[in-house]
Design a protein around this ligand. Structure first.
Ligand SMILES: Cc1cc2nc3c(=O)[nH]c(=O)nc-3n(C[C@H](O)[C@H](O)[C@H](O)COP(=O)(O)OP(=O)(O)OC[C@H]3O[C@@H](n4cnc5c(N)ncnc54)[C@H](O)[C@@H]3O)c2cc1C
Length: 412
């Protein structure tokens, strides 16, 4: 019932790709649009961590006293380019407002609900390709300080939300990751999370399955969406593509433009993150540092150091020093790493809303347009589960959980 619709998905990052494959698998005729190639923006260079344990919104009031120092230091884990300061302010004001207890608790529940079945959703979407791309070996959050009471309090905070996590001492950390330095006194081991050894290859796998099941890709930028007789036409600089029954907008950090054109305001910002792709190998699972605020993930071609948040808009050139400085952190955390040289540096824009929740909903004034963007630090983690919610919206079927927290109406 209701199958075989002609659907356009705009954006071929991991979120748009999963939407396109999910809908194509459900019997629709999907055309995927992107101004670039497959996963060439934020989705190819991420840390590859299926971080289902990250259920706490970033807008946490414990961040407030640290903010001024962080913002002034060019290489600190969080930076605002001073030229972008006034543009970023409205987002930051909303971000601080979301630190209110009631909002923090509500958003924690909404993130938890989305993350809970996120890895299983990949298994459903990828079928027999799942095992090749998703490694289920858990991840570590490490601590170089010895304040064990503070770490136990954090462990209890996770346990309270139903996240499986074990506290490891120095010896136990060495037993499972012998290349980590003995500076690391404790770690939290999250046992139910996973990683991919190449986010680009995972994206390309989703794309190949999409094409193999009859989906089409058009490498053009969508500049305009117009409707007539309940059908949608997408304009690109080259031509017009017509007669779509549904349009899914998955344009990541660029989503403001098409939303504005349709009459919706979204306070989305690019939280620019960096990676440094080393050719050296170490580690068997993602290892994040609570003290240094970055993550190291073992990948097929070496060790990827990733992290940092920078507010500088979509068009300012990258400041690759931020990627380079991750190497000295890695050298402090790993044995036998002194001689390791800088790797390839990369920057990508995380699509972030100030409450850390994505927008996944029908457009209130345009029932055949569906929004699916704003997955911030968790786009890789949440792409497959989001695509199931999008498929339910297309089929006009209820989802297994309440999706009202992800509605765009919270910003209108
Ligand atoms: C350093 C770093 C590390 C990260 N680590 C992790 C991690 O470990 N785990 C995790 O879950 N997440 C992680 N993330 C976040 C994750 O990468 C993003 O949330 C995710 O890639 C967003 O996917 P997307 O498809 O929404 O956006 P994108 O991948 O940016 O895709 C959006 C696409 O839309 C296209 N587009 C935009 N406008 C138009 C238009 N008008 N017409 C046609 N095409 C258009 C763009 O060209 C782009 O290809 C990390 C991010 C960074 C930067």
């Amino acid at each position: 019932m209701g199958k075989n619709k002609k659907i356009a998905v705009i954006g071929a990052g991991i979120v748009g790709l999963c939407n396109a494959l999910q809908l194509q698998q459900q019997g629709h005729q999907v055309t995927l649009f992107d101004k670039h190639g497959i996963a060439e923006q934020c989705s190819k260079g991420n840390a590859g961590h299926f971080a289902t344990e990250q259920v706490f919104p970033l807008a946490d009031k414990s961040l407030l006293p640290k903010l001024p120092k962080m913002l002034l230091d060019r290489l600190s884990p969080l930076r605002i380019d001073w030229r972008y300061f006034t543009k970023a302010m409205p987002w930051f004001i909303r971000f601080c407002y979301n630190m209110l207890n009631s909002k923090y608790l509500r958003h924690t529940q909404a993130l938890k609900t989305l993350n809970k079945d996120a890895i299983n959703a990949y298994a459903r979407l990828l079928g027999h390709d799942f095992a090749e791309h998703v490694i289920l070996r858990g991840s570590l959050l490490t601590f170089e300080h010895g304040n064990v009471d503070e770490i136990i309090a954090l462990q209890n905070k996770f346990l309270h939300e139903g996240i499986q996590v074990q506290l490891l001492n120095q010896e136990e950390v060495q037993a499972i990751e012998p290349q980590l330095s003995i500076r690391i006194k404790y770690a939290l081991l999250f046992t139910e999370v996973g990683h991919t050894a190449d986010p680009l290859q995972l994206s390309l796998c989703v794309y190949k399955k999409f094409v193999a099941s009859g989906g089409q890709f058009v490498q053009q930028q969508v500049t305009d969406i117009t409707s007539s007789n309940h059908m949608w036409t997408l304009s690109t600089p080259q031509t017009e593509h017509g007669q779509f029954e549904k349009v899914i907008i998955s344009t990541g950090a660029w989503s403001k433009h098409l939303c504005k054109q349709l009459g919706y305001k979204v306070p989305i910002e690019a939280e620019r993150g960096y990676h440094n792709m080393l050719s050296a190998h170490a580690l068997s699972r993602p290892v994040a540092s609570a003290d240094r605020q970055f993550i190291m993930t073992p990948m097929n071609h070496g060790l990827r150091l990733a992290g940092t948040v920078e507010f500088a808009g979509l068009d300012t050139p990258p400041m690759y020093e931020r990627a380079a400085c991750l190497l000295s952190h890695a050298k402090s955390m790993l044995k036998d790493f002194d001689g390791v040289e800088q790797g390839e540096h990369w920057m990508g824009p995380r699509p972030s809303l100030p409450d850390s929740l994505p927008i996944i909903c029908n457009a209130p004034e345009h029932p055949n347009i569906i929004f699916s963007f704003g997955h911030q630090h968790l786009g890789l983690t949440q792409a497959a589960i989001s695509s199931e919610l999008v498929a339910n919206l297309v089929a006009k079927q209820p989802s297994a959980f309440d999706i009202s927290p992800y509605s765009i109406t919270r910003f209108q």
